[in-house]
Design a protein around this ligand. Structure first.
Ligand code: NAP
Length: 262
């Protein structure tokens, strides 16, 4: 006879009460939406970004009924000392650290033949090296009480996105780093996943400047048949991965691409 398995997880409600979270890129787009979502779910969030004014707008956007809070922290996540400082502030303010969402990133588009080494180095440093730096600084704290890391990959890590050589390479690196950390810390209570958005309406995509002679047939290949997504829907996936609802998800690169890959 079929057996009824009782529902053991709590029904939906704030899932991150009592958790301390560090969110990079918290001034804009997906990072701002993530800071707001995690705080709305009860977390004490340190939102880190270069853009202090943008961080102020994120803090001001938190609804009064949110049970968590957001503290702004201006820092460059590609700077080793600044990252160590941000992690220390998050630990102090939140009474530990349980969730890290590495969302900050930059995108530069150019023909690969015109991609300068300076542009390549900058994109790799902000997107990939910063993810390594934040994970490395945060892991000792996550290991003390269990935790979750959510990195930002992209669909560019898994299929060709023309004119984005450095960006795609950085996101492929983020995916590989995510797999590595997920296994390395699997038995020590830390889950590590990445989101892989396709096209999301943010300043990054609004400011995207393809070369004037770019072939739009090739750009169409990377567009969703249902249109670009919104940052809040990506943040909802981050919150799932950060919460106990994601307790058995680790080492995944989760596409949020509106069916682009279907
Ligand atoms: P966004 O709106 O441009 O926000 C990115 C934020 O990161 C900005 O506030 C930016 O500040 C900040 N930032 C950049 N460099 C930084 C640094 N060195 N230190 C601290 N903060 C820094 O971008 P988004 O679209 O939300 O993207 C968020 C993440 O999702 C990125 O990793 C991106 O690659 C990834 N993603 C986005 C899409 C998409 O379609 N939007 C698709 C796939 C993946 P400034 O404005 O001052 O530079």
């Amino acid at each position: 006879m079929a057996e009824l398995v009782p529902l053991t997880t709590p029904l939906p409600g704030p899932r991150l009460t009592g958790r301390s979270a560090l969110v990079t890129g918290g001034a804009s787009g997906i990072g701002a939406a993530t800071a707001l979502r995690l705080a709305a779910e009860g977390a004490t969030v340190l939102a880190v970004d270069l853009d202090g004014e943008g961080l102020g707008r994120t803090v001001a956007a938190l609804p009064a009924e949110a049970t968590g809070g957001i503290t702004p922290h201006v820092a460059d996540v590609s700077d080793e000392d600044a990252v160590a400082g941000a992690v220390a502030v998050a630990v102090e303010g939140g009474g530990g650290l349980h969730v890290v969402a590495n969302i900050a990133g930059i995108l530069r588009a150019a023909h690969t033949t015109e991609h300068s080494l300076q542009m390549w180095d900058q994109v790799i440093r902000v997107n990939l090296t910063s993810t390594f730096l934040v994970c490395r600084a945060a892991l000792p704290h996550l290991l003390t009480g269990g935790g979750a890391i959510i990195n930002s990959a992209s669909t560019s890590a898994s299929f060709g996105h023309p004119w984005m050589a450095a960006y795609a390479a950085s996101k492929g690196g983020v995916a590989a780093l995510t797999h590595t950390l997920a296994v390395e810390y699997a038995k020590r209570g830390v889950r590590v996943n990445a989101i892989a958005p396709g096209s999301v309406r943010t300043s990054m995509t609004k400011g995207l400047d393809f070369p004037a002679d770019a072939d739009f047939d090739l750009i169409a290949r990377i567009m969703s048949p249902i249109g670009p997504g919104d940052p809040a829907s990506v943040a909802a996936v981050v919150a799932l991965l950060a919460s106990d609802d994601g307790a058995h998800i680790s080492g995944e690169i989760i596409r949020i691409d509106g069916g682009t890959h279907a």
